[in-house]
Design a binder for this molecule. Structure first.
Ligand code: G4P
Length: 526
């Protein structure tokens, strides 16, 4: 095996997807703990992501260092290199969250077992489905009163349309939570409230072990009964189905009590895929190829807003990155000397020496790098599958001081390139329309326009409900469409044509009337 192939085989790159408050931050900390990457809990974020008031969050965003440092965490576990990519954790959600999922090879879905499948989990899982990303499921908070476990599996299967293969099964819950039964190993792992991450977990061999009846007769009897049902109602774990994204192994536990976390980490190392080939315009690129290649999935403004420097997050797709090497930024056909590239260890930012497929590296820049850009040491190529998603929220951008119109346009263009918000120019009219998937995106844009571009902007509501990008093979029909519906059409930052619908019904009617046009809910990087 070549050195590169060996390194690639050791890599696991994943993100945690969950609805706010399900326990993502807690679990992230515990994962870092188990791997030995951090010694003390509470260092992932100053405060839990979900709990920031908007103002707090903006304050934090001003000190960009914090979120940059915690957005990619690399740690070693059982001779593997694990890259954990953070999906922004606030209540409100942004396009960043979506795009991070294009850079991972698997995802860990955390569900609050008291609540079941929640809205953002559904959205995030739909994004994972675009690439058939394998999903590991963790049912969290069994130290509390939670819902019936079989019902939870049923909900995952029916709402998220993914088959469940329980690997562990809970014994009791809340005050009577006793532990989990590991179905594959036929062992009961005993739960001790408040146990430390490194405390030895007591293990009892065999579900029929009489010791279990001595310890907690009621709960173990109940578990045995449930297991009968589970065998009938759920699916056995089949690795290929997991890798195809059609089946999810399910684990139960309590993140805050360090319980059930090691099993998840083990499942990621044992089952989750190492980086695989990535599609590019010319051909699929294999991770073990000699030549370095990578694409940008996220851009984050850096510490000092006055300098407008940004960090582009690149997912390495092939070859070996080495300090000092040269590679090309393919859209601009410009050479990059990678001396200042950074990597992201769990402890914070560090200078990277080498990186392989699956790793994330950061390239500081002044705004010339865009989301979706590809880099390579060899042939010109462009990675595909880094989409923009149709916004669900729209605002008209206006300014208080008309003399600042130029700054407004410049600021919005740059923030649009960075992926902070989508900017649409109506074919008819001078206003700029902003589109986002989370309302906080608008507040961030307003604050950044004020701080970085000196523009006081106000965002007014519009009657736009959703957007669809339009393509059509028949140029005459497209021209006709543009003429007739000029008041509903706009061009985005990449000059792609978009239909701005006022309602779902309006969109459906337009689609029916123009059957030869294709209405896309996502757009690939231009
Ligand atoms: P998030 O990043 O997904 O938003 O969730 P986060 O980890 O911040 O957890 C949300 C809340 O759920 C926190 O409580 C956290 O302590 C709690 N939690 C996480 N895992 C477990 C668990 O296994 N069992 C129980 N009982 N609670 C859990 P909080 O009340 O919002 O904050 P705090 O007062 O505990 O700090």
């Amino acid at each position: 095996m070549s050195e590169i192939a060996h390194e690639v085989a050791q890599r696991r790159t994943f993100a945690i997807i969950s609805h706010p408050d399900a326990g993502k931050t807690t679990l992230t900390e515990k994962l870092l703990f188990f791997s030995g990457a951090i010694q003390m809990a509470g260092t992932v974020k100053g405060k839990k992501g979900g709990k920031f008031a908007t103002s707090d969050w903006m304050e934090i965003e001003k000190q960009r260092g914090i979120s940059v440092a915690s957005s990619v965490m690399q740690f070693d576990y059982r001779e593997h290199v694990v890259n954990l990519l953070d999906t922004p954790g606030h209540q409100d959600f942004s396009e960043d969250t979506y795009r991070v999922l294009t850079a991972v090879d698997s995802a860990l879905m955390v569900i609050d077992a008291a609540k079941g499948v929640e809205e953002q989990t559904i959205k995030l899982l739909n994004v994972c489905r675009l690439r058939n990303t394998p999903i590991v499921t963790f049912m969290n908070k069994y130290d509390r009163e939670v819902r019936d476990s079989l019902e939870l599996l049923d909900e995952v299967e029916s709402i998220l349309k993914i088959r469940c293969a329980p690997i562990t099964w809970p014994v009791g819950m809340g005050k009577t939570f006793r532990g989990v039964y590991h179905i594959h190993k036929d062992q009961v792992l005993l739960f001790t409230p408040g146990q430390g991450p490194l405390d030895e977990v007591e293990v009892i061999e065999g579900i029929d072990n009489p010791r279990l009846d001595e310890l907690f007769p009621l709960e173990i009897e109940q578990t045995r009964m449930e297991l009968e049902l589970v065998r009938g109602a759920s699916h056995p774990f089949v690795l290929d189905e997991f890798l195809a994204g059609t089946l999810t192994p399910v684990f139960f536990g309590s993140a805050i009590n360090n319980f059930g976390v090691r099993e998840i980490l083990d499942s990621l190392v044992d089952w989750a895929p190492a980086p695989g080939p990535r599609d590019a315009t010319i051909r699929a690129i294999d991770p073990t190829e000699e030549k370095f290649s990578a694409f940008v999935f996220k851009i984050q403004a850096n510490m000092d807003p006055r300098h407008r420097d940004r960090i582009a997050f690149l997912r390495v797709c092939s070859g070996r990155f080495e300090r000092g090497m040269k590679f090309r930024h393919l859209r601009l056909n410009r050479e990059i000397a990678a001396n200042s590239v950074v990597t992201f260890m769990a402890q914070g930012r560090e200078q990277v020496e080498t990186a392989y497929a699956g790793d994330i590296i950061g390239v500081p820049n002044h705004g010339n790098i865009q989301i979706g850009d590809s880099f390579s040491e060899g042939e010109p190529l462009s990675f595909t599958g880094i989409p923009y998603f149709a916004p669900e929220l729209f605002r008209i951008a206006r300014i208080k001081n008309p003399l600042k119109i130029k700054q407004l346009h410049k600021g919005l263009q740059q923030l649009g390139e960075e992926g902070a918000v989508q900017v649409f120019k109506p074919l008819n009219g001078a206003d700029l329309i902003l589109g986002a998937v989370g309302v906080l995106q608008f507040e961030v844009v307003a604050s950044r326009l004020a701080n970085e571009y000196g523009v006081e902007a106000v965002f007014e509501s519009t009657s736009i409900h959703t957007a669809r990008w339009i393509t059509c093979e028949d140029a005459r029909m497209l021209a006709d469409f543009e003429k007739q519906l000029v008041n509903n059409l706009a061009r985005d930052a990449a000059d792609s044509l978009a239909y701005l619908a006022t309602s779902r019904v309006n969109l459906e009617l337009t689609q029916e009337r123009w059957p030869k046009l294709v209405f896309h809910a996502t757009r690939e990087h231009a």
